[in-house]
Design a protein around this ligand. Structure first.
Ligand SMILES: [Zn+2]
Length: 61
C-alpha cells in the first residue's frame, strides 16, 4: 500500500471505469465512506492495543 505514489489512479477503484470518461462524484463519496470505515476500525484497533498495554502495565490486583 505504501508503494503507491499517486493518490488518484487513472482507473476508478469503485466502478472500474476510467476516471476521465464519466462523473465519479458518487464514487468519491463511496470511497470516502470506505476510508472512514477503515479509519474507524484502525482507530478502534489502536485504542484496543493501548488499553491492552495499560492493562499490562497496571495489572488488576
Ligand atoms: Zn467511478
Amino acid at each position: 500500500m505504501a508503494t503507491h505514489s499517486l493518490d488518484l489512479p487513472v482507473m476508478c477503484d469503485i466502478c472500474g471505469q476510467a476516471r476521465s470518461t464519466r462523473n465519479h462524484s458518487r464514487c468519491s463519496k463511496i470511497r470516502q465512506q470506505r476510508k472512514n470505515v477503515e479509519w474507524e476500525s484502525y482507530m478502534a484497533n489502536v485504542t484496543a492495543k493501548k488499553l491492552h498495554q495499560l492493562q499490562r502495565l497496571q495489572p488488576l490486583r
